[in-house]
Design a binder for this molecule. Structure first.
Ligand SMILES: [Fe+2]
Ligand SMILES: [Fe+2]
Length: 291
């Protein structure tokens, strides 16, 4: 077996349950997909950087997935790398520790089919934290150990939007300086594919010899301004041969939520600022998850 289910951008919360039903549908589809493992590519939470309860809720929610589950953090889990989209929620040691306590690790190596998959913490690139250098050293080591296997790098944010020479600092992708440092390492290490979430949009294209796959979100639609196709969904990727085969994983009944409409078209800046929705969800869902 060489098929992996990719879920991304769940945006779960015990108090703000807008996307719980989509997640429930995603779990059912993932569990029925007959895959080797499920990779959850970041933004499991809405307010993970500041909420132990939310991180705990996301971890308990993932226990609904059967088989091996590999989770990577996103900006809504451990905070952004600077400058970030919210200066109050930048990655730091405490936020990283909260993730690691809940999920055990923020990176993985998985040899599957013909490939080596390397999952990393996108939020560390450009963070300046000691864990950034540690992760880069680990990545170099894991690339060196691929022994000729093509490598797919999995991380929450895309390396760039259109091209590797983009000069502006942005919360939409890796920033220019860490990207410039990372790309030569990836090229020398045989990375053939980069799989990212974060933009809540689908896109699959080859740029300078590396295939960049953007994953749809489970929660809500992204913006078309990034160039991909805003999408709610999930995919499977089969890594049996040298060319990875990507397929949509149907999610019957999943709702393509519109974020602006949910937030009252400007009434609330962040989902976390909104009233509880639906009230009492924490009790009902946690009870359900424990059952
Ligand atoms: Fe997201
Ligand atoms: Fe994100």
């Amino acid at each position: 077996m060489s098929k992996i289910v990719f879920l991304s951008d769940l945006h779960l919360s015990p108090t703000h349950g807008f996307f719980w039903e989509n997640f429930r549908i995603g779990c059912e589809a993932a569990n029925a997909a007959g895959a080797e493992a499920v990779i959850v590519n970041g933004d499991l939470c809405i307010n993970g950087p500041d909420s132990d309860a939310e991180m705990d809720f996301a971890a308990r929610a993932l226990s609904r997935l059967r088989g091996e589950v590999l989770a990577l953090p996103g900006n809504h889990d451990v905070g952004d790398e600077p400058p970030g989209q919210d200066a109050k929620q930048l990655i730091d040691g405490a936020r990283l520790a909260r993730w690691n306590d809940a999920f055990g690790s923020d990176r993985f190596t998985l040899d599957i089919g013909a490939w080596r998959l390397l999952g990393v913490n996108a939020q560390l690139f450009g963070s300046g934290l000691p864990e950034e250098a540690e992760q880069t050293a680990w990545l170099a080591q894991q690339l060196a150990g691929a022994q000729g296997r093509p490598v797919a790098l999995v991380l929450h944010k895309p390396l760039f939007i259109e091209s590797a020479d983009e000069a502006e600092a942005t919360a939409s992708s890796l920033n220019p300086a860490p990207r410039a440092a990372l790309l030569p390492l990836l090229r020398a290490g045989g990375v053939r594919m980069v799989i990212s979430g974060h933009l809540h949009s689908s896109r699959d294209r080859v740029v300078e010899g590396i295939r960049h796959l953007w994953l749809p979100a489970l929660a809500f639609l992204g913006s078309a301004s990034h160039g991909g196709t805003p999408a709610v969904g999930a995919v499977t990727v089969d890594f049996a041969g040298p060319e990875a085969v990507v397929a949509d994983l149907p999610l019957p009944g999943a709702v393509p939520h519109d974020l602006a409409a949910l937030k009252g078209h400007g009434r609330y800046k962040f989902l976390r600022d909104m009233p509880e929705c639906p009230p009492g969800m924490e009790r009902s869902v946690l009870g359900d998850a424990a059952a």
